[in-house]
Write a protein that binds this ligand. Structure first.
Ligand SMILES: N[C@@H](CCC(=O)N[C@@H](CS)C(=O)NCC(=O)O)C(=O)O
Length: 190
């Protein structure tokens, strides 16, 4: 099994944590630099992660998680858990858009419809997820919790969010820092 990704991507990190003790090769690419040709060869959508297993290529972390879950004979996620993933992915995608825009030299703090929509989605989603954390919905260390952890930790690492009013998310993150594979996959490490 081979996982193509990067050490900084929150979508790749969730799969690395999910893979746990599973033996696999990790290909760490700089997708905006010298690793781009390799990415072009592996995913026409030009996104990471990509999983390769027994000649089968799988794109998108959500589908990779489904593939691994089926392979390991685990129960599928409930509809409520699927909704949690949709919320996490929505906020995470908007945050990636903000980061790439910033890296392109765009001022994302400007009062423009597109940036306002991204910021509104991020904050509304984070408030909903914080309430779910307070309600005990992320107590179990399962795939939705892993995804929430990776998103919160990445947003803090990239300094993309004002955490006022959603501090529960940081407490959630802080209390799970020592879970298996979390420290080894910290994006702050080289
Ligand atoms: N829905 C995808 C999102 C993956 C994604 O956006 N990955 C980012 C890295 S954090 C990426 O490859 N971005 C490249 C780009 O947007 O050009 C998944 O869950 O795998």
């Amino acid at each position: 099994m081979k996982l193509i990704g990067s050490t900084t991507s929150p979508y790749v990190r969730r799969i690395r944590i999910l893979l746990d003790e599973e033996p696999y090769e990790f290909i760490n690419l700089d997708i905006y630099g010298e690793g781009r040709d390799e990415l072009r060869k592996n995913n026409p959508a030009l996104k990471i992660p990509v999983l390769e297993d027994d000649g089968q290529e799988i794109f998108d972390s959500r589908i990779i998680a489904r593939y691994l879950s089926a392979k390991q004979g685990r129960d599928p996620l409930t509809w409520d858990q699927q909704n949690q993933l949709t919320l996490i992915d929505g906020a995470n995608d908007s945050a990636v858009t903000l980061l790439l825009s910033k890296k392109s030299g765009i001022n994302v703090e400007e009062d423009l419809m597109f940036w306002n929509l991204q910021r509104e989605r991020i904050m509304m989603t984070l408030r909903t997820l914080a309430a779910m954390v307070d309600d005990g919905q992320f107590e179990e260390w399962n795939y939705p919790s892993i995804c929430l952890y990776c998103m919160v930790d990445w947003m803090e690492f990239r300094d993309l969010v004002d955490w006022t009013g959603v501090e529960s998310l940081l407490s959630f993150r802080d209390s799970r820092k020592h879970k298996p594979w979390v420290e080894q996959t910290d994006p702050r490490q080289p």
